[in-house]
Design a protein around this ligand. Sequence first.
Ligand SMILES: [Zn+2]
Length: 183
Amino acid sequence: MPDPLTPEQRHRCMSHILSRDTKPELKVRHWLWQHGYRYRLNVKGVPGKPDIVMRRYRTAIFVNGCFWHGHNVDFDLNNAKNGVKSSECCKIPKSNTEFWTSKIRRNQERDRKNCQLLIENGWQVIILWECQLKPKTIENTMQQVEIALNDYFIRTFSRNTKPYVSIDEDSLPIAAEDAADYE
Ligand SMILES: [Zn+2]
């Protein structure tokens, strides 16, 4: 039976279905929630509509599908057939290669711009790839996310607060001398 859709319609239909596959994003949300982290989804006014926004940590998380965002794809024109080299987790289709290549490149370009805009506005950006969220890898990945969150929180906090306590051994008062001074 012939495909009732034109190739262009088919692409659109496929991309619609696939881009709505939020499973990896759900895994991230679930982990964060379980570990006591709270977040918001698709917050307005934050550049690039990050998948997960953690205001307290001023961190935006994007959960990228390896195919749609071209994880590890090599676009070096001199280095590969048709100007693109597939990676382990992003196999560029053999047919309509040009279409997919330009689509993925556009996505990457948009990702880069969003990322830059967020960083310029003081946000930490964490990009998670689908392949990092498989059962074997998710725990390790999310532990790294947790470190990044807390690290950024501390650094952001200390940037705005002058340290007024400095502890080094020489400056510590000696009890006996102090007592003598106050008498
Ligand atoms: Zn990947």
